[in-house]
Design a protein around this ligand. Structure first.
Ligand SMILES: [Fe+2]
Length: 189
């Protein structure tokens, strides 16, 4: 990371992420809800908020922050493209490659390439992100599962079983377990 020594500001290295978000929003903003299980506004909202949660958790866990956020930005592209939730993690694979290759060809020289190794890591995490019950040994893959669970919970989505367990673990990890309500069977207003 550049530290801008001697200057009175800091800027996180998010240029690649921000360009990918711009590409995604450009494609998503005019889609309509016809035939969709989830309205497109949900996908847009969940995309942006997952990105920010991914950054915070990645900092906490010592994981590459921008890369974690790029995976979060693209994680539900399978839902966006197929309009369905069923098997959306697997369905995402070709679209993730498509967006990352498009980014590289149009902006890689100027803003920095996403390497093949990074692409593979992002694709793997996205393809596995629905397997909330499994604890993966790769921290990057685990992070995306946690991010998805926590972001949905914070948006007021009914949260149970493996998603709930993940939310509980994350709130403990962040020392927020006494503050964030996660009691089963309680609807918080
Ligand atoms: Fe998601």
């Amino acid at each position: 990371m550049k530290t801008n020594q001697g200057k009175n500001f800091i800027r996180l290295p998010m240029k690649r992420l921000n360009r990918i978000l711009a590409l995604l929003l450009k494609d998503m903003k005019d889609l309509n809800d016809e035939g969709r299980e989830l309205p497109i506004r949900w996908n847009i909202m969940h995309m942006y908020s997952s990105v920010q949660i991914a950054k915070l958790l990645a900092f906490k866990r010592g994981i590459n922050t921008e890369l974690a956020a790029i995976a979060a930005a693209l994680h539900d592209i399978g839902v966006v493209k197929t309009k369905k939730r069923k098997d959306h993690a697997q369905a995402a694979k070709p679209f993730v490659y498509e967006y990352l290759n498009l980014y590289n060809s149009q902006f890689g020289d100027k803003l920095g390439e996403i390497t093949e190794e990074e692409i593979e890591l992002i694709v793997t995490a996205i393809v596995k992100h629905s397997e909330k019950e499994k604890i993966d040994e790769h921290p990057f893959i685990e992070l995306l599962k946690d991010v998805d669970s926590v972001d949905r919970y914070l948006h007021g989505v009914i949260t149970k079983s493996d998603h709930l367990n993940r939310c509980k673990r994350v709130t403990r990890e962040l020392n927020l377990e006494s503050i964030i309500p996660l009691g089963i069977g309680v609807e918080y207003e």
